[in-house]
Write a protein that binds this ligand. Structure first.
Ligand SMILES: C[S@@+](CC[C@H](N)C(=O)[O-])C[C@H]1O[C@@H](n2cnc3c(N)ncnc32)[C@H](O)[C@@H]1O
Length: 283
Protein backbone atom coordinates (compact mmCIF):
# COMPACT_ATOMS: atom_id res chain seq x y z
CA UNK A 1 0.00 0.00 0.00
CA UNK A 2 2.79 2.43 0.77
CA UNK A 3 4.88 1.58 -2.27
CA UNK A 4 5.89 4.87 -3.87
CA UNK A 5 4.98 3.80 -7.38
CA UNK A 6 1.25 3.33 -6.98
CA UNK A 7 -1.29 6.05 -6.29
CA UNK A 8 -2.29 5.51 -2.68
CA UNK A 9 -5.98 5.24 -1.95
CA UNK A 10 -7.44 6.29 1.36
CA UNK A 11 -9.09 4.15 4.04
CA UNK A 12 -12.33 4.30 2.09
CA UNK A 13 -11.22 1.11 0.31
CA UNK A 14 -11.88 -0.74 3.58
CA UNK A 15 -15.51 0.39 3.75
CA UNK A 16 -18.17 -2.21 2.97
CA UNK A 17 -21.96 -2.41 2.92
CA UNK A 18 -24.47 -5.24 2.85
CA UNK A 19 -27.02 -5.55 0.06
CA UNK A 20 -29.26 -8.59 -0.47
CA UNK A 21 -27.23 -10.49 2.14
CA UNK A 22 -23.95 -9.97 0.29
CA UNK A 23 -21.04 -7.77 1.35
CA UNK A 24 -19.78 -5.19 -1.17
CA UNK A 25 -16.83 -2.80 -1.21
CA UNK A 26 -18.26 0.73 -1.19
CA UNK A 27 -15.34 2.23 -3.12
CA UNK A 28 -15.63 -0.19 -6.06
CA UNK A 29 -19.42 0.21 -6.23
CA UNK A 30 -19.45 4.01 -5.85
CA UNK A 31 -16.84 4.39 -8.55
CA UNK A 32 -18.60 1.93 -10.90
CA UNK A 33 -15.37 -0.09 -10.85
CA UNK A 34 -16.30 -3.65 -9.85
CA UNK A 35 -19.67 -5.07 -8.80
CA UNK A 36 -18.86 -8.45 -7.29
CA UNK A 37 -19.21 -9.08 -3.52
CA UNK A 38 -16.13 -9.16 -1.32
CA UNK A 39 -17.46 -11.60 1.28
CA UNK A 40 -16.24 -15.04 2.33
CA UNK A 41 -18.49 -16.74 -0.22
CA UNK A 42 -16.76 -14.88 -3.03
CA UNK A 43 -13.30 -15.55 -1.59
CA UNK A 44 -14.23 -19.24 -1.54
CA UNK A 45 -15.53 -19.05 -5.11
CA UNK A 46 -12.27 -17.46 -6.30
CA UNK A 47 -10.34 -20.31 -4.71
CA UNK A 48 -12.58 -22.92 -6.37
CA UNK A 49 -12.29 -21.08 -9.70
CA UNK A 50 -8.50 -20.99 -9.28
CA UNK A 51 -8.40 -24.76 -8.80
CA UNK A 52 -10.64 -25.27 -11.86
CA UNK A 53 -8.31 -23.13 -14.01
CA UNK A 54 -5.29 -24.95 -12.56
CA UNK A 55 -6.81 -28.25 -13.73
CA UNK A 56 -7.65 -26.66 -17.07
CA UNK A 57 -4.05 -25.50 -17.48
CA UNK A 58 -2.57 -28.86 -16.41
CA UNK A 59 -1.12 -27.40 -13.19
CA UNK A 60 0.72 -24.61 -15.00
CA UNK A 61 0.20 -21.01 -13.97
CA UNK A 62 2.31 -19.26 -16.54
CA UNK A 63 2.68 -20.24 -20.20
CA UNK A 64 5.17 -17.72 -21.64
CA UNK A 65 8.71 -19.17 -21.95
CA UNK A 66 10.18 -17.36 -18.96
CA UNK A 67 12.30 -19.22 -16.43
CA UNK A 68 13.39 -17.04 -13.52
CA UNK A 69 11.44 -13.79 -13.62
CA UNK A 70 12.83 -11.20 -11.18
CA UNK A 71 9.83 -8.90 -11.07
CA UNK A 72 6.27 -10.07 -11.58
CA UNK A 73 3.10 -7.96 -11.50
CA UNK A 74 -0.27 -9.62 -10.90
CA UNK A 75 -3.14 -7.36 -11.97
CA UNK A 76 -6.26 -8.08 -9.88
CA UNK A 77 -4.49 -10.41 -7.41
CA UNK A 78 -7.79 -11.55 -5.83
CA UNK A 79 -6.90 -14.10 -3.16
CA UNK A 80 -3.21 -13.33 -3.63
CA UNK A 81 -0.19 -14.59 -5.66
CA UNK A 82 3.64 -11.84 -6.28
CA UNK A 83 3.30 -8.11 -6.65
CA UNK A 84 -0.40 -7.48 -7.05
CA UNK A 85 -2.76 -4.61 -7.67
CA UNK A 86 -6.37 -4.91 -6.58
CA UNK A 87 -9.15 -2.46 -5.82
CA UNK A 88 -10.22 -4.50 -2.77
CA UNK A 89 -8.15 -5.67 0.20
CA UNK A 90 -10.96 -7.99 1.31
CA UNK A 91 -9.98 -11.25 -0.34
CA UNK A 92 -6.42 -11.21 0.95
CA UNK A 93 -5.39 -12.76 4.23
CA UNK A 94 -2.34 -10.79 5.52
CA UNK A 95 -1.18 -13.86 7.46
CA UNK A 96 -0.37 -15.45 4.12
CA UNK A 97 2.19 -12.68 3.44
CA UNK A 98 5.67 -13.41 2.09
CA UNK A 99 8.70 -11.15 2.46
CA UNK A 100 8.95 -10.43 -1.25
CA UNK A 101 5.21 -10.03 -1.81
CA UNK A 102 3.80 -6.50 -2.12
CA UNK A 103 0.06 -6.17 -2.51
CA UNK A 104 -0.97 -2.67 -3.57
CA UNK A 105 -4.52 -1.37 -3.41
CA UNK A 106 -4.99 0.53 -6.64
CA UNK A 107 -7.32 0.86 -9.61
CA UNK A 108 -6.24 -0.72 -12.89
CA UNK A 109 -8.37 1.87 -14.67
CA UNK A 110 -5.84 4.52 -13.65
CA UNK A 111 -2.64 4.95 -15.68
CA UNK A 112 0.13 2.75 -14.25
CA UNK A 113 2.65 4.57 -12.07
CA UNK A 114 5.28 1.84 -12.39
CA UNK A 115 8.60 2.69 -14.05
CA UNK A 116 9.00 1.73 -17.71
CA UNK A 117 10.90 -1.47 -18.59
CA UNK A 118 10.35 -2.80 -15.09
CA UNK A 119 8.60 -6.18 -14.98
CA UNK A 120 9.66 -9.48 -16.55
CA UNK A 121 6.13 -10.84 -16.42
CA UNK A 122 2.67 -9.36 -15.97
CA UNK A 123 -0.30 -11.60 -15.22
CA UNK A 124 -3.80 -10.26 -15.86
CA UNK A 125 -6.48 -12.85 -15.12
CA UNK A 126 -10.24 -12.38 -14.88
CA UNK A 127 -10.26 -8.61 -14.45
CA UNK A 128 -12.62 -7.81 -17.36
CA UNK A 129 -15.50 -7.20 -14.92
CA UNK A 130 -13.54 -4.27 -13.50
CA UNK A 131 -11.85 -2.66 -16.51
CA UNK A 132 -13.79 0.23 -18.03
CA UNK A 133 -14.59 -0.16 -21.75
CA UNK A 134 -12.53 2.84 -22.81
CA UNK A 135 -9.58 1.81 -20.62
CA UNK A 136 -8.61 -1.44 -22.36
CA UNK A 137 -6.28 -0.03 -25.01
CA UNK A 138 -4.55 2.21 -22.44
CA UNK A 139 -4.34 -0.74 -20.01
CA UNK A 140 -2.61 -2.91 -22.62
CA UNK A 141 -0.27 -0.02 -23.57
CA UNK A 142 0.58 0.53 -19.87
CA UNK A 143 1.37 -3.18 -19.56
CA UNK A 144 3.68 -3.00 -22.59
CA UNK A 145 5.46 0.07 -21.26
CA UNK A 146 5.94 -1.47 -17.80
CA UNK A 147 7.45 -4.66 -19.22
CA UNK A 148 11.17 -4.80 -19.84
CA UNK A 149 12.23 -5.60 -23.42
CA UNK A 150 11.71 -9.32 -23.88
CA UNK A 151 9.14 -9.41 -21.06
CA UNK A 152 5.80 -11.22 -21.28
CA UNK A 153 2.18 -10.65 -20.40
CA UNK A 154 -0.34 -13.44 -19.86
CA UNK A 155 -4.02 -12.50 -20.02
CA UNK A 156 -6.88 -14.89 -19.25
CA UNK A 157 -10.56 -13.98 -19.44
CA UNK A 158 -13.84 -15.93 -19.54
CA UNK A 159 -16.66 -15.11 -21.94
CA UNK A 160 -19.80 -15.44 -19.77
CA UNK A 161 -22.00 -16.09 -22.78
CA UNK A 162 -23.25 -19.59 -21.84
CA UNK A 163 -23.27 -22.09 -24.71
CA UNK A 164 -24.53 -25.60 -25.19
CA UNK A 165 -22.18 -28.08 -26.83
CA UNK A 166 -25.08 -29.97 -28.46
CA UNK A 167 -27.40 -27.02 -29.08
CA UNK A 168 -29.84 -28.30 -26.43
CA UNK A 169 -30.04 -25.01 -24.56
CA UNK A 170 -33.09 -23.14 -25.86
CA UNK A 171 -32.80 -19.41 -26.52
CA UNK A 172 -35.53 -18.79 -23.95
CA UNK A 173 -33.80 -20.89 -21.28
CA UNK A 174 -33.01 -19.22 -17.96
CA UNK A 175 -29.28 -19.73 -18.48
CA UNK A 176 -29.37 -17.97 -21.90
CA UNK A 177 -31.49 -15.24 -20.36
CA UNK A 178 -28.93 -14.87 -17.55
CA UNK A 179 -26.10 -14.58 -20.11
CA UNK A 180 -27.88 -12.09 -22.34
CA UNK A 181 -28.90 -9.98 -19.35
CA UNK A 182 -25.38 -10.11 -17.90
CA UNK A 183 -23.76 -9.05 -21.19
CA UNK A 184 -26.31 -6.25 -21.60
CA UNK A 185 -25.89 -4.98 -18.01
CA UNK A 186 -22.09 -5.07 -18.15
CA UNK A 187 -21.70 -3.44 -21.54
CA UNK A 188 -23.09 -0.19 -20.13
CA UNK A 189 -19.59 0.50 -18.75
CA UNK A 190 -17.37 -2.61 -19.16
CA UNK A 191 -16.57 -4.72 -22.20
CA UNK A 192 -17.96 -8.24 -21.75
CA UNK A 193 -16.55 -9.07 -25.22
CA UNK A 194 -13.02 -8.29 -24.02
CA UNK A 195 -12.08 -12.01 -23.81
CA UNK A 196 -12.36 -12.24 -27.60
CA UNK A 197 -10.48 -9.03 -28.27
CA UNK A 198 -7.34 -9.42 -26.14
CA UNK A 199 -5.14 -10.72 -28.98
CA UNK A 200 -6.07 -7.85 -31.30
CA UNK A 201 -5.50 -5.27 -28.58
CA UNK A 202 -2.07 -6.75 -27.76
CA UNK A 203 -1.01 -6.70 -31.42
CA UNK A 204 -2.29 -3.15 -31.91
CA UNK A 205 -0.36 -1.97 -28.86
CA UNK A 206 2.85 -3.32 -30.41
CA UNK A 207 3.25 -6.72 -28.73
CA UNK A 208 4.95 -9.35 -30.88
CA UNK A 209 4.79 -13.17 -30.56
CA UNK A 210 1.11 -12.98 -29.56
CA UNK A 211 -0.36 -16.45 -29.03
CA UNK A 212 -4.14 -16.76 -28.58
CA UNK A 213 -6.06 -19.82 -27.35
CA UNK A 214 -9.79 -20.29 -26.98
CA UNK A 215 -10.47 -23.03 -24.44
CA UNK A 216 -13.96 -24.33 -23.72
CA UNK A 217 -14.81 -24.64 -20.04
CA UNK A 218 -17.57 -27.18 -19.24
CA UNK A 219 -20.04 -25.86 -16.67
CA UNK A 220 -20.72 -29.31 -15.21
CA UNK A 221 -19.66 -32.95 -15.64
CA UNK A 222 -20.90 -33.99 -19.10
CA UNK A 223 -17.93 -34.66 -21.32
CA UNK A 224 -17.01 -38.11 -22.63
CA UNK A 225 -13.41 -37.09 -22.23
CA UNK A 226 -12.33 -37.95 -18.66
CA UNK A 227 -10.16 -34.86 -18.20
CA UNK A 228 -12.93 -32.50 -19.34
CA UNK A 229 -15.46 -34.42 -17.29
CA UNK A 230 -13.35 -33.87 -14.16
CA UNK A 231 -12.91 -30.16 -14.95
CA UNK A 232 -16.67 -29.82 -15.44
CA UNK A 233 -17.34 -31.62 -12.16
CA UNK A 234 -14.99 -29.23 -10.35
CA UNK A 235 -16.45 -26.19 -12.13
CA UNK A 236 -20.06 -26.93 -11.21
CA UNK A 237 -19.78 -25.28 -7.78
CA UNK A 238 -17.93 -22.27 -9.22
CA UNK A 239 -20.71 -21.81 -11.79
CA UNK A 240 -23.43 -22.24 -9.17
CA UNK A 241 -21.84 -19.47 -7.13
CA UNK A 242 -20.90 -17.10 -9.97
CA UNK A 243 -24.41 -17.06 -11.43
CA UNK A 244 -25.35 -15.20 -8.28
CA UNK A 245 -22.22 -13.25 -7.31
CA UNK A 246 -21.39 -11.74 -10.73
CA UNK A 247 -24.94 -10.67 -11.46
CA UNK A 248 -26.65 -9.76 -8.19
CA UNK A 249 -25.57 -6.14 -8.16
CA UNK A 250 -25.83 -5.34 -11.92
CA UNK A 251 -29.22 -7.06 -12.33
CA UNK A 252 -30.90 -5.62 -9.25
CA UNK A 253 -29.28 -2.21 -9.29
CA UNK A 254 -28.73 -1.28 -12.95
CA UNK A 255 -31.59 -3.25 -14.48
CA UNK A 256 -34.03 -2.83 -11.58
CA UNK A 257 -34.79 -6.56 -11.40
CA UNK A 258 -36.46 -7.35 -8.06
CA UNK A 259 -34.45 -9.57 -5.75
CA UNK A 260 -37.17 -12.23 -5.94
CA UNK A 261 -37.07 -12.23 -9.77
CA UNK A 262 -33.30 -12.46 -9.51
CA UNK A 263 -33.34 -15.48 -7.19
CA UNK A 264 -35.91 -17.26 -9.39
CA UNK A 265 -33.82 -16.66 -12.53
CA UNK A 266 -30.61 -17.80 -10.81
CA UNK A 267 -32.28 -20.93 -9.37
CA UNK A 268 -33.49 -21.96 -12.85
CA UNK A 269 -30.17 -21.06 -14.50
CA UNK A 270 -28.31 -23.15 -11.89
CA UNK A 271 -30.45 -26.19 -12.65
CA UNK A 272 -29.81 -25.83 -16.39
CA UNK A 273 -26.07 -25.19 -15.95
CA UNK A 274 -25.78 -28.38 -13.88
CA UNK A 275 -27.82 -30.54 -16.29
CA UNK A 276 -25.37 -32.83 -18.14
CA UNK A 277 -27.91 -33.35 -20.96
CA UNK A 278 -27.56 -29.67 -21.92
CA UNK A 279 -23.74 -29.90 -22.19
CA UNK A 280 -23.29 -26.34 -20.99
CA UNK A 281 -19.97 -24.54 -21.42
CA UNK A 282 -18.28 -21.19 -21.24
CA UNK A 283 -15.57 -20.17 -23.71
C1 LIG B 1 -12.53 -12.52 -10.63
S1 LIG B 1 -11.31 -11.92 -9.53
C2 LIG B 1 -9.85 -12.70 -10.19
C3 LIG B 1 -8.75 -12.85 -9.17
C4 LIG B 1 -7.43 -13.49 -9.70
N1 LIG B 1 -6.83 -12.65 -10.73
C5 LIG B 1 -7.71 -14.86 -10.23
O1 LIG B 1 -7.62 -15.05 -11.46
O2 LIG B 1 -8.02 -15.74 -9.45
C6 LIG B 1 -11.09 -10.24 -10.08
C7 LIG B 1 -10.21 -9.44 -9.14
O3 LIG B 1 -9.85 -8.22 -9.82
C8 LIG B 1 -10.05 -7.14 -8.94
N2 LIG B 1 -10.37 -5.96 -9.76
C9 LIG B 1 -11.44 -5.81 -10.58
N3 LIG B 1 -11.39 -4.61 -11.16
C10 LIG B 1 -10.27 -3.99 -10.71
C11 LIG B 1 -9.69 -2.71 -10.96
N4 LIG B 1 -10.27 -1.85 -11.78
N5 LIG B 1 -8.54 -2.40 -10.34
C12 LIG B 1 -7.95 -3.29 -9.50
N6 LIG B 1 -8.47 -4.50 -9.23
C13 LIG B 1 -9.60 -4.86 -9.83
C14 LIG B 1 -11.22 -7.57 -8.05
O4 LIG B 1 -11.25 -6.87 -6.83
C15 LIG B 1 -10.95 -9.05 -7.87
O5 LIG B 1 -10.17 -9.33 -6.74
Amino acid sequence: MSQADTVELSDEVQETFVLHNRLFQRYAINNITYFVPVDEDETLRLRIQHSVLTMMFDNRFIFPPINTPRRVLDCGFGTGEVRGIDITPHHHNPDEGLENLYLDIDDLNMPFQFPSNHFDLINSRLVAGGINSERWTGYVRDILRSLRPGGWVQMVEIDFNAQSDNGALADNSALRQWSQTYLYAMEQCKNPRAPRRLGGWLRNAGFTDVDERMIQLPMCAWSDNQREYDIGAANQENVRMLLSSLAIYPFTHYLSMSITEFHVLVAKARTEAANPALKTRLD
